[in-house]
Every structure is written in C-alpha cells, then in structure tokens.
Design a protein around this ligand. Sequence first.
Ligand code: 5GP
Length: 186
Amino acid sequence: MPRAVVITGPSGVGKGTLIRSLRERMPDLQLSISATTRMPRAGETQGVDYHFMSEEEFERHVCDGDFVEYADYAGARYGTLRSELQTRRASGKPVLLEIEVQGARQVRKTMPEAVQVFIAPPSREALRARLVGRGLDTPEQVEARLSTAERELDAQGEFARVVVNDRLEDAVDELVWVVDAATAAE
Ligand code: 5GP
C-alpha cells in the first residue's frame, strides 16, 4: 500500500491552493477529509470540504478513540478519523492528509512510515499579508491564526522535507516529485 503523505505548515501558507493544483496533476490522489467543529465558510460543503460536526459529536469520537490525530486550532477542533483514512487507503491509491503541525507531530508517532512535508512561506511578512488579505476570517480569527502561525513556523526544523511556496508551479512540481517517490517506495 502506498505511504500516506502529510502536508503541514502554517495557516495561510497556501496549502489548500497547492493541494488543488497537485490533485489536478495527480487525479488518483485521495484526500482525507477531516472532521472539524468550525463553522462552514461560504461555499464549503458538508462531507466534501470537511465533516462538520458539533463539539459533542467531536468529543464523542475523541472518547471512542476514533481519531488518528486531533488538535485544537484557532478556537476550533480538527481531526483525522481513522475510518476516513481506512476508506481512502483501501483504494490502494496514495492518500494525502492536510493538517496543522500538532496533528503532524502525532502522525509522526502513530504512522512513522507516512511522508511529511512542511510547506513554508517565502517570508514571515508574506504569510502575514496572505492571512490578512484572504478575507476569510474575522479580525479576531486572523489574530489567533497569526499567533499560531508564528509558533508553527518555528516547527519547520522538525521536518526533513520543506517546500517553500514561492512560485506555485515550482512548489507543485516539488510536491509531485515527493508524492511520486512515496508511492513508488512500496
Ligand atoms: P481551516 O479552518 O483554514 O480550514 O484549517 C485550519 C487549520 O487546520 C489548517 O492549518 C489545516 O491544515 C488544519 N487542519 C485541517 N484538518 C485537520 C485535521 O484533520 N487535523 C489537524 N490536526 N489539523 C487539520
């Protein structure tokens, strides 16, 4: 079975855009859909972008040991359901997890064979500008995400593979190479 690929990095670094482009290049890639307690944004769909759920439902999954990893992030909870991962992996196709740094650390312990890639911004200023400019969050949320992003940037040294998201096409080229290598390794 191909190894799972974990894409991590600070909020606002462009993980979502990168992954969309990556999936256009590699349509076989299976994206693990996370569970979250945050409210859906405009245009987001239940079961497609996330498994949106209440605090109670999320906590029930925590108690039942249903998560491979989970974390609190900017006032909401996020996690990867074991069942979701199993379904995706059963296809025999490479599976991608897009998660924040605390979750990536847990996956490093529970799934050491997974390939982990840290997506870094070209600079801290670029990240700040992107988080403020994307207009998806309230000012309070932007502040929460910025302070978390600062801490997340400090974690970069823990990751053997770092892809700098400067020019999108270059970053996608690198990711295609990493995912190909992870798939070919089995
Ligand atoms: P957003 O609210 O912008 O969709 O996501 C916020 C952060 O949560 C992002 O850094 C994203 O990668 C992360 N995230 C999404 N799903 C999961 C998950 O299942 N587990 C963890 N640990 N983080 C996640």
